[in-house]
Design a protein around this ligand. Structure first.
Ligand SMILES: Cc1cc2nc3c(=O)[nH]c(=O)nc-3n(C[C@H](O)[C@H](O)[C@H](O)COP(=O)(O)OP(=O)(O)OC[C@H]3O[C@@H](n4cnc5c(N)ncnc54)[C@H](O)[C@@H]3O)c2cc1C
Length: 503
């Protein structure tokens, strides 16, 4: 390490995490530092990770991507939310849509007015009050219209589905233009400084040695630096999230082009469906304690919408996080830092947050333990908040048809989640904690969708009479439907704005 500060950064890994890190560091730190990225074509990348959430806009704007161009290059489609089938009970279906619900109603959140009407039997579904939910249902899409802040069109929130391989390739081109040095080959060994255990260099199969001051470990599940070298340790969360395997397979596209991800629960896990322009990405996340690989494969292949385009590929994982995300002079980002299954498409978001946090706490004049501790604390809290939201989907269920669902329904869950569920079950209340990713709309949609029925609602709602509430709800519903009916179909919008060339 240089005594008077940092000169060279080495990123180990060229998957989504490695190339996103390279792009942001180049944009935010400019040419003050030499940035090198090492990746191995022979090892390859995990090759999944194709659904995102709206926070990805922070990343695309940070590095100045042109959205239409990026969508054409990655065979992308728009995503307005996730449809959950068979989660709360078999035969159930609900959508967790991005964006807001209803309209601003002063101090009390909109859903409390809806709850009062629902408890009185005067309304039946939440979906009529959210532009994103209705657009999913009617298969429509357009980007938010910010020129008319009063219109529901201003509230549309979107993310993307894209091809993970094309995304990494696109970011690589972008970063190479900005000056990153790319080295292809396999790292055979890692050297550390004898006096402090900091990583000093990596040695490639061909014997070449690459030194740096700061190392970013984006080497995927293997955690080449953070775990294999520094033995940082791992918090295993599989007692709360028992799925440990996924089978991934692409299939041919079918019409219509849906503007949402689908997550269908099966007997010991769930299946994703991610529509791209060129194909549909599918996968079955399952728990090997409760289901064999053969059975999981059969379920996946029997539930494809089009002919399969490849053989299913198995990926094993352990849900959890590193005990430290930043240890000595190594910062782990992406799968090297931990993994929470893709039910709410949160991994790419966590990658982005890790990079932004690193820029915010960048060790300009050498490594300060206070910076490292802050980084680790913020990252741990963020992972735990996402974990709780995912556990909610498994735990809040009435399903009792398999041993897996009986286990999930009756397992103990983190105290932080218990508190949120109890608050909602009492009077429909939700409180957003310290910048947590998922806000009130998300939690309310999922808690209600999973079958938690609040016993009451906020008492301030009673200051408004039943008829004015009913009129307000009817009005919001009419406006939402009228607006969504005029939006273009998703496929039409894609064709007009960002049609990709044939794959
Ligand atoms: C089943 C599944 C589904 C997922 N779905 C989603 C989703 O829908 N949305 C989402 O946001 N996220 C999803 N994720 C997570 C997402 O795939 C990852 O967060 C993302 O791809 C980042 O991976 P990575 O870059 O950390 O690792 P990888 O893609 O595994 O890349 C590791 C890199 O390190 C390199 N490397 C490793 N060892 C060496 C070595 N010795 N020498 C040289 N190079 C080396 C490899 O060559 C590669 O370039 C999913 C993950 C899984 C497992």
């Amino acid at each position: 390490m240089h005594e008077n500060g940092l000169k060279k950064i080495l990123i180990v890994g060229g998957g989504t995490a490695g190339w996103m890190t390279a792009a942001v560091l180049l944009h935010s730190l400019g040419r003050q530092y030499r940035i090198q990225l090492i990746e191995s074509d022979e090892i390859g990348t995990v090759g999944v990770g194709e659904a995102t959430i709206p926070s990805i806009m922070k990343f695309t704007s940070l590095i100045g991507l042109d959205e239409d161009e990026f969508m054409r290059r990655t065979q992308a489609t728009f995503k307005l939310g996730i449809q959950f089938r068979n989660w709360g009970a078999q035969g159930d279906s609900y959508i967790h849509g991005f964006g807001s619900m209803g309209r601003k109603t002063g101090l009390v959140d909109f859903h409390h007015y809806w709850l009062k009407a629902w408890q009185a039997g005067r309304v039946d579904r939440l979906d009529d009050y959210s532009i994103n939910l209705l657009a999913c249902e009617k298969n429509r899409f357009m980007r938010a219209r910010t020129d008319n802040p009063g219109s529901p069109l201003a509230d549309i929130r979107h993310a993307f589905h894209f091809d993970a391989g094309l995304f990494a390739r696109y970011l690589r081109e972008h970063s190479e233009k900005l000056g990153v040095t790319r080295t292809e080959g396999r790292i055979a060994s890692v050297q550390t400084h004898a006096e402090n255990g900091f990583v000093a260099s990596v040695t490639m199969d061909d014997g070449s040695v690459h030194e740096a001051d700061l190392f970013i470990d984006c080497s995927g599940f293997r955690g080449l630096l953070i775990e294999q070298t520094l033995k940082t340790g791992y918090d295993d969360w599989s007692h709360w999230l028992p799925c440990d395997s996924a089978l991934a397979v692409p299939c041919e596209s079918v019409s219509p082009l849906l503007p949402y991800t689908r997550a269908t629960a099966h007997g010991a896990g769930w299946q994703w469906r991610i529509p791209l322009q060129s194909r549909i990405g599918n996968g079955h996340v399952f728990c090997s304690r409760f289901m064999s690989q053969d059975e999981a494969t059969a379920i996946l292949m029997n539930n494809l919408d089009g002919p399969a385009l490849a053989e299913p590929r198995l990926i094993r994982f352990v849900t959890g996080k590193r005990k430290k995300f930043w240890n000595k002079n190594v910062v782990a980002i992406g799968l090297a830092s931990g993994f929470i299954e893709p039910l709410e498409s949160t991994s790419i978001h966590l990658i982005q947050q890790g990079i932004v946090r690193l820029v915010e706490l960048f060790p300009t004049g050498g490594f300060e333990q206070a910076d490292i501790d802050e980084y680790n604390q913020q990252s741990a809290t963020e992972f735990e908040q996402v974990r709780d939201f995912i556990v909610l989907h498994y735990h809040a269920t009435q399903r009792d048809d398999t041993a897996f669902w009986n286990h999930c329904r009756s397992m103990d869950v983190p105290e932080t989640l218990k508190r949120k569920m109890a608050l909602f079950a009492a009077n429909g209340r939700f409180f957003h904690q310290n910048d947590e990713l998922f806000g009130e709309t998300s939690w309310v949609q999922v808690m209600f969708g999973q079958g938690i029925r609040p016993r009451g609602y906020h008492p301030l709602v009673d200051n408004t009479g039943e008829e004015p509430i009913h009129k307000m709800l009817a009005n919001v519903k009419t406006v939402m439907h009228a607006v969504v009916d005029r939006m273009p179909l998703h496929a039409q919008y894609v064709a007009e704005h960002c049609k990709a060339p044939p794959a």
